[in-house]
Design a protein around this ligand. Structure first.
Ligand SMILES: [Zn+2]
Length: 143
């Protein structure tokens, strides 16, 4: 048996157009950072990528990818199963990240919890100048 939260998180895994992804894309559009491709075919299938510039954004669910900020507890049942599964996820994420970086990509990881109402403005305030610089684009101001 898995809990409802677990089931939801599992269903949310690796699906395109999740709510956090849509939020990121909306902010990118507003900032004028366009021209990205979705689920580009490189290690880890980055959610958002500018292949010509080798810049990528990974949008990670906190539960599934074991967010270091949230440190969410393991599901209460089948602890061993989940421990192995999560370790594998984290390992695979790290491997993909390394492969991309070795191929010259700049990768930004955004966690679901960085896209909440309280945190989203700070997240993009920090990310966008860096991103714009890497992409050689000019940011459109929000005000
Ligand atoms: Zn988190």
């Amino acid at each position: 048996m898995v809990s409802e939260a677990t089931r939801k998180a599992m269903q949310g895994n690796k699906r395109a157009n999740t709510k956090p992804e849509l939020l990121v894309r909306q902010r990118l559009r507003e900032a004028g950072l366009l021209g990205y491709r979705l689920q580009w075919k490189v290690p880890g299938r980055p959610d958002i990528a500018w292949p010509g510039k080798k810049v990528a954004i990974m949008v990670n669910g906190c539960f599934w990818h074991r967010c270091p900020h949230c440190n969410l507890p393991l599901p209460k049942s089948n602890v061993e199963y989940w421990t192995i599964k999560f370790d594998r996820n984290v390992e695979r994420d790290a491997k993909n990240l390394k492969a991309l970086e070795e191929a010259g990509w700049k990768v930004h990881v955004l966690w679901e919890c960085q896209l909440k109402k309280k945190t989203i403005d700070d997240t993009f305030e920090e990310l966008f100048p860096i991103l714009a610089n890497e992409l050689g684009k000019t940011l459109i101001s929000r005000d």
